[in-house]
Design a protein around this ligand. Structure first.
Ligand SMILES: Cc1ncc(COP(=O)(O)O)c(C=O)c1O
Length: 406
C-alpha cells in the first residue's frame, strides 16, 4: 500500500470533488491528462534522433488519451480491425500501423483501402492474402514482416510473445519464402521488420541486449538476401513495476544507452521505431473505489469497495496486489467501522472469490466511505475487463488537466 502522500495533491482534490458531485458511493476512473502530456513529451525528448515512438492503442484507446498523445507521438498502432477503424475515425491525421495475429481478409482489405502506414505481417498465409488483395483491389500495401527469432541467452521477461514458440510472427526459416513471394507481387512493399518479443521489461541491459540482437539479425538478413534500406520496429514492452514505484523501466537511461548502441552497431542511418503501450498510459490513470463495508471473516479482514475486477481486471490479469493509497472521505458518516493498524484484503462487489484487488495489505487507518485509489490504472485496465459481468453500473470516467474533453 502507498502512503496517501504519494498520491499527488491535485489528484486527491479531483477525487474528493468528484465524490461531492455524486450521491452514490464513488466508483471512477480518473485520468490526469497533464501528467500524460508531460510524460510523453519527456519520453520523446530523450529518444535518439533516428527513433520514432508510436503508441500501441490496445493499452488504452480512449479518445482523450489519444488526443493528448497525438501531438507528440509519431503514430498509432492498432491490433485489430476494430482498433484500426476507431483510430481512423478519431481523425488524428497520424500514421497508423496494424498488427496482430489472425487478421481477417476483410480487415486486411480495410487496411489496404485506408492506405495505412504499414501492415505487420504475422504469417506466410497472411502475406499471401495481402498479396492477392493488392492485385484484386489494384492497390498497393506497405508491410513489415513480424519475426520471431531465437534470442540465445537473453532472459525473457514475465510475458513473452517471442524468443520461444508462440503464435506470433514468422519463423526465421520462412523469411526466404516470404521474400520470394514478394518478388511476384510488386504492389506489396517491404518497409522493414517488426519485433515485439516481450512485455513487462524492467531490466535496461537485457532490453538493450535484445535491441542489439535485432540489429545484428537484420544486418545478417540484409547481407544474405541483398535487402535495401529497411526500417526496424523494435516493439514495445517497457514495464511498469507495480510493486515498487521507484523501479519502473528506466526510459531515460535506456535511451542514453541506446544511442551508444546505435553508434556501436553503426545503425545511425537506419530508421527505428518503438510501439509502446503500458509505459506511456499506465501512470496517468487512477481507479477509485469507495469503501462500502469492512468485515472479519474466519479471522481475516476484508474491505469491500464499490466496483471490482469487472472494471479493473489488471490485478487479476497480472496476479498481483495492485498499488493503492487510502484517501479519507470528508463526507459526514452515517456508519463508521474503523480499521486501524491491521491487515486486510481489498475486494470488489462480485460474487466470486477471484474479485481481489490487493491481498493482506497493512493498513494504518481506514473507514467506510473512504476511497481506495489504485494508481497506474491507465493501461490494460478498463478495456481488458469483463465489464458486463453481474450488470453492475460502469464507473464514472473523469479526465482532468489541460486537455480534458469539453
Ligand atoms: C505487437 C505488440 N506491440 C506492442 C505492444 C505494446 O506492449 P506494451 O504495452 O507492453 O508496451 C504489444 C502488447 O501486447 C504487442 O502485442
Amino acid at each position: 500500500m502507498l502512503n496517501s502522500s504519494q498520491l499527488p495533491l491535485h489528484v486527491q482534490q479531483e477525487v474528493l470533488q468528484l465524490a461531492e458531485q455524486h450521491a452514490q458511493p464513488l466508483c471512477a476512473y480518473l485520468y490526469d491528462l497533464t501528467a500524460l502530456e508531460q510524460h510523453i513529451k519527456q519520453m520523446k525528448h530523450v529518444l535518439p534522433k533516428n527513433v520514432e515512438l508510436f503508441y500501441a492503442a490496445k493499452a488504452n484507446p480512449s479518445e482523450p488519451i489519444l488526443r493528448t498523445l497525438a501531438p507528440y507521438v509519431d503514430g498509432f498502432e492498432a491490433a485489430s480491425g476494430g482498433e484500426l477503424v476507431h483510430l481512423h475515425q478519431q481523425q488524428l491525421n497520424m500514421p497508423l500501423i496494424f498488427g496482430g495475429p489472425g487478421k481477417m481478409p476483410s480487415e486486411l482489405e480495410q487496411a489496404i483501402e485506408l492506405n495505412i502506414d504499414a501492415i505487420h505481417v504475422e504469417s506466410l498465409t497472411e502475406l499471401q492474402r495481402i498479396a492477392t488483395l493488392t492485385e484484386t483491389l489494384d492497390r498497393s500495401a506497405t508491410i513489415f514482416l513480424r519475426m520471431n527469432i531465437d534470442i540465445g541467452d537473453i532472459t525473457l521477461s514475465k510475458l513473452a510473445m517471442g524468443g520461444k514458440p508462440t503464435p506470433f510472427g514468422l519463423d526465421e526459416s520462412e523469411l526466404s519464402n516470404a521474400l520470394t513471394l514478394l518478388r511476384d507481387f510488386p504492389k506489396v512493399h517491404l518497409k522493414g521488420f517488426h519485433f515485439h518479443l516481450m512485455s513487462h521489461q524492467l531490466d535496461v541491459d537485457r532490453h538493450l541486449a535484445l535491441m542489439q540482437r535485432y540489429f545484428q539479425v537484420v544486418k545478417d538478413w540484409q547481407a544474405r538476401f541483398q535487402l535495401d534500406e529497411l526500417m526496424i520496429n523494435l516493439g514495445g514492452g517497457m514495464g511498469i513495476n507495480y510493486q515498487n514505484n521507484e523501479q519502473h523501466f528506466p526510459w531515460t537511461e535506456f535511451c542514453d544507452k541506446l544511442e551508444f548502441l546505435i553508434a556501436k552497431e553503426q545503425v545511425q542511418d537506419w530508421k527505428l521505431r518503438f510501439e509502446c503501450g503500458r509505459y506511456i498510459s499506465a501512470p496517468c490513470g487512477y481507479y477509485v473505489m469507495e469503501v462500502l463495508d469492512i468485515k472479519k471473516n474466519l479471522g481475516e479482514n476484508f474491505v469491500i469497495a464499490r466496483g471490482g475486477t469487472h472494471h479493473f481486471r489488471t490485478p487479476a490479469a497480472q496476479s498481483h496486489d495492485h498499488p493503492f493509497a487510502i484517501l479519507p472521505s470528508n463526507k459526514p458518516k452515517t456508519i463508521s467501522l474503523p480499521l486501524a493498524q491491521s491487515q486486510a484484503t481489498f475486494v470488489g462487489q462480485l460474487c466470486t472469490p477471484k474479485d481481489v484487488l490487493a491481498r493482506n495489505q497493512n493498513i494504518d487507518h481506514l473507514d467506510i466511505g473512504d476511497y481506495v485509489v489504485f494508481t497506474h490504472a491507465g493501461a490494460y485496465a478498463w478495456n481488458i475487463s469483463h465489464q458486463n459481468f453481474l450488470m453492475h453500473e460502469p464507473p464514472i470516467f473523469h479526465y482532468f488537466g489541460k486537455h480534458k474533453p469539453s
